[in-house]
Design a protein around this ligand. Sequence first.
Ligand code: PLP
Length: 239
Amino acid sequence: MTDRRAQLAMNLARVEERIAAACEAAGRKRTDVNLIVVTKTYPASDVRLLAELGVRNVAENRDQEAKPKAVDCSDLDLQWHFIGQLQTNKVRSVTGYADVVHSVDRLRLVDALASAAVRCGREIGCLIQVALDAPSGSVGSRGGAAPSDVLAVADAIAVAPGLRIEGLMAIAPLAGAYAGNPRAAFERLMEISTSVRESHPAATMVSAGMSSDLEEAVSAGATHVRVGTAVLGVRPRLG
Ligand SMILES: *Cc1c(COP(=O)(O)O)cnc(C)c1O
């Protein structure tokens, strides 16, 4: 094994232990929680090693970086998740490689994704990103629809051609009422998920939890955790 491969294998094993322990503590089955490895800022060679080590889901947050990486790795059996704020002018590019977009947060983006998906003949899984602390009608500072606007976005995805409603995504807010309390943030996200599922029973994905708060997310009921740093290391630059 190369040094990098051995390091990734060790980090993955540690993250696996954390997820298993969190499931155990929450009385959940390990198979109910899926690991998505966030590969942003790391090279395609790392994605390749991760795939060899059994990773099946990877996530990226910037189209400029994600697209060439996805092309480079198109021979691998991977699901690509797009988790960054998405401008409508990047949508056509993103729908070319992303299987699931976690950051759908406004009606205009739903329309753009639907026409791009239809145009390239692909079906894109969509999660509505929730900005837990955003006031009604606004988008959060790191993206996301206000809680009161989530259902309208869900309704739009559900009837849009080329799109499939998958569930909700959130990042624990760093400021405001939820600062320092990811548990409360993720519990609120679960309440919103429950209410969205009343109208959209297929929207079962709850994408929550990162390297620092995956335990709180699993405890609240997350079905997908998005882990970067704990697998790949501290990122060399902001991403
Ligand atoms: C970078 C990123 C992650 C991963 O964060 P880590 O702290 O490195 O695990 C998860 N979700 C989103 C939306 C991100 O941008």
